[in-house]
Design a protein around this ligand. Structure first.
Ligand code: NOJ
Length: 553
């Protein structure tokens, strides 16, 4: 049974929340079979509530042969038995809502599993009504401009099928045949799928592989007008039938191709900020925030109540598709020196190992995504600086079991490590004995405690829009990114010194706040307030947050 969603009471909830990405098979195993499950996620909701999380994004939980972490769906209308039952999902949603946590699902519209009955029927019989649900060819010559995304694994987007006697099209793995959106039935079916889980109380979806639904000869088969029409229709349905529910776009494209997914406020409420993500790491590595400022200037503000979805890491590799050759080279030099981690032109690493396990660096970048105008998405385990397993195939090395306690299985499961869904981290620097929730929760100086403090402060000082712009006129020294955000009667001020050298500068406060009082928040800088200006001196590689409000007149 669906519980009444808190989203119905506040359609803009997502702009002031922090989203936490959960890989259900890797988060917590409640029944001890070695595989994480939905009941396990429910068990850990108090942890998430305490961390200050306002929404979780669950990776696919539908029936699947699990060759691509559930992005190969074999039945859209049920929970995979390894994860539990539909009743478990209902319970998770109910318990999450009881703690004011929203639940987002993953809507995988572009493709299905080779094992899906729709494809099985389609391949067997040319006369099957499902034949037209997929794309077939006798020559494999069509859509030659559509790029191969998993380029380390697939050589083409067409694969020959002996059973069908034709080639079928797939944008990702060959075991993920693409659906044909020129079929009205496919179109209608996907709206049914979306309705089904919203009916079970989900608060919206992160939409997978958004740009690729439609193919047209002579184009790159991405971000076509038809794609935008489809998602506008989906959004209109959701606005009408599930008010307050949201759509988040995974559209890994350039700035001019990504921004239109906001669709003037009528398409996605949130769009993953792929153009910014690699630049955050590059700026950190170079000690110079110029490129971050540049991307933000080009992409803010977002239209009509929408928000960028900021993220540092997720369950995939750090994709470098939106970088130039020079930038990619620099990125790989900074972060990809271990050849094993390079995949599909990007790198499969978690946040902490990218930053040499340095908590202060993790905190700096986490603070930045938590303070930018938009909605931050945190990846499970990054709040405790979890490590990865470059020796495990594909992207599974960044999806290892969550580390709740010390011990070889890290409190993820009562099963022994050799029976877990994927092997836990063993590098002593990052293994459960070195990094786990129980230990960090009990230490005020730990990474987890500091991340919790950042989130709590953010919550206590809701900011609505970009205040000042991101330019030097704010008094930034070289190496410093400083900005303020408008929270109505308060302004929040955020200073990030990317460089290794200490820096000084000043930020003008809005006249409306005068006489202003300043409340220092997380981070550290020395400061004075005089004549409407905050003057600061900040150490290298440090950040500082402040809240300014009107003092007694
Ligand atoms: C994007 C997802 O994030 C990734 O994990 C998946 O492999 C592809 N889409 C294909 O569904």
């Amino acid at each position: 049974m669906a519980s009444r969603s808190p989203s119905q009471r506040n359609a803009h909830w997502f702009r002031s929340t922090v989203v936490y990405e959960v890989v259900p098979r890797s988060f917590r195993d409640a029944n001890g079979d070695g595989v994480g499950d939905l009941a396990g996620v429910t068990e850990k909701l108090d942890y998430l509530a305490d961390l200050g999380i306002g929404a979780i994004w669950l990776l696919p939980f539908y029936r699947s042969p699990w060759r691509d972490e559930g992005y190969d769906i074999a039945d859209h209308y049920t929970v995979d038995p390894s994860l539990g039952t539909v009743a478990d999902l209902d319970r998770l949603v109910h318990e999450a809502h009881a703690r004011s946590i929203r639940v987002l699902g993953d809507l995988v519209t572009n493709h299905v599993s080779l094992e899906h009955p729709w494809f099985q029927e389609a391949r067997r019989d040319r006369a099957s009504p499902y034949r037209s649900w997929f794309l077939w060819s006798d020559t494999a010559k069509e859509f030659s401009r559509s790029r191969v995304i998993f380029r380390d694994f697939e050589r083409a987007n067409w694969t020959w099928d002996d059973v069908a006697g034709q080639y079928y099209f797939h944008r990702f793995y060959a075991f993920q045949p693409d659906l044909n959106y020129d079929s009205p039935e496919v179109h209608a079916e996907m709206l049914r799928v979306a309705r089904f889980w919203l009916g079970h109380g989900l608060d919206g979806y992160r939409c997978d592989a958004v740009p690729y639904l439609y193919k047209r000869e002579g184009t790159r088969c991405q971000s076509l007008p038809e794609v935008h029409r489809f998602f506008r229709e989906l959004r209109a349905m959701m606005d009408a039938e599930f008010p307050g529910s949201v759509l988040v776009a995974e559209a890994n494209q350039s700035v001019p191709e990504t921004v239109p997914y906001f669709g003037d406020g009528h398409e996605f409420q949130m769009v993953m900020h792929f153009p910014l993500m690699p630049n955050l790491f590059l700026a950190w590595g170079e000690g110079d925030p110029r490129r971050v400022r540049h991307v933000l200037r080009a992409t803010l503000p977002t239209p009509n109540g929408s928000a960028w979805a900021y993220f540092l890491r997720n369950h995939d590799e750090v994709t470098l598709e939106q970088t130039s050759d020079d930038e990619r080279e620099m990125f790989l030099w900074l972060y990809g020196r271990d050849d094993r981690t390079v995949i599909n032109g990007g790198i499969r690493r978690r946040l902490a190992p990218m930053l040499d396990g340095d908590d202060a660096s993790v905190l700096f970048l986490t603070a930045l995504v938590l303070s930018l105008p938009g909605t931050p998405f945190l990846y499970y385990g990054d709040e405790i600086g979890m490590g990865d397993r470059p020796d495990i195939a594909d992207r599974d090395g960044v999806r290892t079991p969550m580390q709740w306690t010390s011990g070889p299985s890290g409190g993820f499961s009562t099963s022994t490590p050799d029976r877990l869904v994927r092997p836990p981290v063993i590098d002593p620097k990052y293994a459960p004995d070195a990094r786990n929730v129980a230990d960090q929760a009990s230490r005020p100086g730990s990474l987890l405690s500091q991340v919790r403090r950042l989130i709590a402060w953010r919550k206590a000082h809701p900011a609505e829009a970009v205040g000042d712009d991101f330019s030097r006129s704010n008094g930034e020294g070289p190496g410093v990114l400083a900005f303020s955000r408008n929270g109505g009667s308060t302004r929040t001020l955020h200073i990030y010194n990317f460089s290794r050298d200490a820096a000084s500068g000043s930020l003008r406060l809005p006249r409306a706040l005068e006489p202003a009082v300043l409340e220092p928040g997380p981070g550290e800088a020395s400061w004075t307030l005089a004549e409407g200006r905050l003057s600061y001196r900040i150490q290298g590689r440090s950040f500082a947050w402040f809240a300014a409000s009107t003092g007694p007149k």
